[in-house]
Design a protein around this ligand. Structure first.
Ligand code: PMV
Length: 344
């Protein structure tokens, strides 16, 4: 049998509210996590494929933003080899993969979630063509995205993705589930202004970061805390209890960095301006009573989260107080979105 064609998908990044930090086995999480799927920070990936049972072995050519990138290429090839049990036709495939991000590579925004989920969507789309089925299998795309980068499992889910087996119905370590329908609609277009404190890619590599938890004396307490918080945050999101939501989201960000600060080796990813923005957000929230809060990834950039209804109120304060703390005044204005899109 022979198949050939091109598929193209755009897939977003996501920002975790309760963080995944610590893994085991084949990319399985030590605790459950939940995130907002973003809209603007996306990877666009196309795969031109030729599958021919006469071809022995897989051949991959990967370009990122129009250029060969040996580091990425290596990672993608290893990944594709690792999922051949799920997609046996990869063993006889010639793939030309081209990927690019909507956000600059040097913005300090982690791109593995959007990049790996976009590749997973393309692969599941090819599978659909081969099997001549209509629907995209979201569970499989999430599972395959997870095998590329844990947090990518949540990026294929519209609005709000929950990943990791916990007390929530349908939750699984293998794939993320959609949680948007169970929360107040205020979260369906929540804003995330990403304040670029540093454009340098100053983040702990995923493997190193998760590995720190294996030796942490806080590991068990942390996993229990995260699972309890997953329950607490989903309850707060159901009733739009923003005080409770903010308290969990901010503490999750600080806990993630706290764990890195006191790990062996220790990582200090917070920059002086990260702390200044945190203080400015807290002061503004207290004075204005506007429910704006922050979260962080494994890096120095602040994700400033607030309900869409406050976008106008916040704009002046953000541009006068927060912007000067950002690298070249850079803030990426993002919000919750609907997940991957097929491109033509
Ligand atoms: O998907 P990974 O392996 O790069 O890990 C992501 C970890 C955090 O971004 C820090 C937290 C999360 O849940 O996204």
């Amino acid at each position: 049998m022979q198949y050939s064609g091109t598929v193209k998908w755009a897939s977003p990044s996501n920002i975790a509210l309760v963080k995944y930090w610590g893994k085991h086995g084949r990319q399985l999480p030590r605790n459950g996590s939940i995130s907002l799927t973003l809209k603007e920070c996306i990877s666009e990936t196309s795969i031109t494929y030729r599958i021919d049972s006469a071809q022995q072995g897989m051949e991959v050519d990967f370009t990122f933003e129009g250029k060969q990138n040996p580091a990425f290429s290596n990672r993608i090839e290893k990944y594709l080899t690792s999922i051949q049990d799920h997609l046996p036709w990869l063993r006889n495939a010639k793939l030309n993969i081209e990927s690019q991000n909507s956000f600059p590579h040097s913005s300090g925004i982690a791109s593995s979630a959007s990049a790996m989920s976009a590749i997973a969507m393309c692969l599941v789309d090819i599978k659909r063509t081969i099997e001549d089925t209509i629907e995209i299998d979201t569970e499989l795309s999430s599972n395959l995205a997870r095998l590329g980068s844990g947090s990518a499992a949540r990026s294929v889910i519209p609005l709000i993705g929950q990943w990791g087996a916990c007390d929530l119905e349908g939750s699984s370590d293998d794939h993320a589930i959609a949680y948007g329908e169970f929360v107040d609609p205020i979260f369906h277009n929540y804003h995330d202004d990403i304040c670029i404190v540093s454009a340098a890619e100053k983040s702990v590599s995923s493997t190193a970061g998760h590995g720190l938890m294996d030796k942490s004396v806080f590991a068990q307490a942390r996993y229990t805390q995260a699972n309890n918080r997953l329950y607490a945050i989903t309850s707060a999101m159901k009733t739009a209890d923003l005080d409770q939501f903010i308290s969990i989201v901010e503490d999750e960000a600080l806990t993630l960095h706290g764990l890195m600060l006191c790990s062996e080796p220790s990582f200090v990813l917070l920059e002086p301006n990260t702390i200044k923005i945190i203080e400015a957000i807290r002061t503004y929230r207290k004075e204005s009573k506007i429910p704006v809060c922050f979260t962080l990834d494994a890096g120095p950039n602040i994700h400033m989260l607030y309900p869409a209804a406050y976008a106008k109120d916040i704009a002046d304060w953000r541009d006068t107080i927060i912007k000067p703390f950002c690298h070249n005044g850079r803030i990426i204005k993002d919000e919750v979105g609907y997940g991957p899109n097929k491109l033509h």
